[in-house]
Design a binder for this molecule. Structure first.
Ligand code: SF4
Length: 283
């Protein structure tokens, strides 16, 4: 049996930084709050929580003045303000690539552009980025949202548009949405496309597509709540008849796996190396 493990499987630079800095901070502080799950991986989260990480959804849940971690996805502008007003100390681990999008969005708005933010409405990164649009934008998650967003734009004071993306959005879907916007928007409107999909995501998705075309079984490892992991699963499904999405080796059925000659393994950005190695060894 041949096993191919993707070169880009697992932690990206932003997640590595968030996990390493959190572990360091937990060595110096017995308790630290984190706004939302640090990463979408139950096994890593469990370990961090055992060492004193407390996950909260809102600053109002804070009971004692401890440091607060801002995860790689970033937070909305108003949360920075709220923390400042309450004298709370943040350890800001927002990925530099996400911070770059916040900065770009603010610049576009200041230069008179209306923002079409392509991404998942409820994803924390999009919630954070949208706050930097100062309400001069629409979130487009699917093709079906384009017409409505164009209507909102037409009724606004804006005369130019920028189409920008969530860092972990599907590259292919982004291109389709951007093309459709160009087709539907009036000819006299300037449209800029700024494809801010993170390079790590792009490489991982391309590698997943390539490997899933070559194998008879594709195994995607990652949190079931991880959006980038789910995308790897969807990409693999398009190319391979047999695709499994698992969090750990415990979910593997060895008798089922024995049937295949060539198996591909990919993992989302929140999957640690040790879980990928455990799965590979188990096959
Ligand atoms: S996927 Fe890209 S943008 Fe997101 S945390 Fe990782 S490196 Fe940063």
């Amino acid at each position: 049996m041949e096993i191919i493990v993707g070169k880009y499987a697992g932690f990206c630079a932003g997640v590595t930084n968030a996990v390493v800095k959190t572990e360091e901070a937990l060595k110096e502080n017995s308790k630290i709050y984190c706004l939302g799950e640090l990463i979408h991986n139950n096994q890593v989260m469990q370990k961090l929580q055992e060492h004193g990480l407390i996950v909260i959804d809102d600053l109002k849940e804070i009971k004692e003045k401890k440091k607060i971690i801002v995860r790689a996805h970033g937070i909305p502008k108003q949360v920075y303000k709220q923390a400042d007003e309450n004298g709370l100390e943040l350890i800001d681990l927002t990925c530099p690539k996400v911070l770059n999008i916040h900065r770009k969005v603010e610049e576009y708005v200041n230069n008179g552009y209306y923002i079409f933010l392509v991404g998942e409405k409820k994803h924390p990164e999009i919630v954070g980025t949208y706050s930097f649009c100062s309400e001069c934008g629409s979130i487009i998650e699917k093709m079906e949202y384009i017409d409505e967003s164009i209507e909102i734009f037409k009724n606004s004071k804006y005369k130019k548009v920028v189409v920008i993306s969530q860092t972990t959005f599907s590259s292919e879907k982004f291109d389709k949405i951007a093309d459709e916007i160009r087709k539907k928007i009036p000819q006299n409107i300037e449209v800029i496309t700024d494809k801010t999909i993170c390079n790590a995501t792009d490489l991982r998705q391309k590698e997943t597509s390539r490997i899933s075309k070559e194998v008879d079984l594709m195994i995607i490892i990652g949190g079931k709540n991880s959006s980038n992991t789910k995308k790897l699963y969807e990409i693999s499904k398009e190319n391979c008849k047999n695709v499994l999405l698992i969090e750990t080796k415990k979910e593997l059925d060895k008798d089922y796996i024995k049937k295949f000659n060539k198996i591909g393994i990919m993992a989302g950005a929140s999957t640690p190396k040790w879980i990928i190695e455990e799965v590979s060894k188990c096959i």
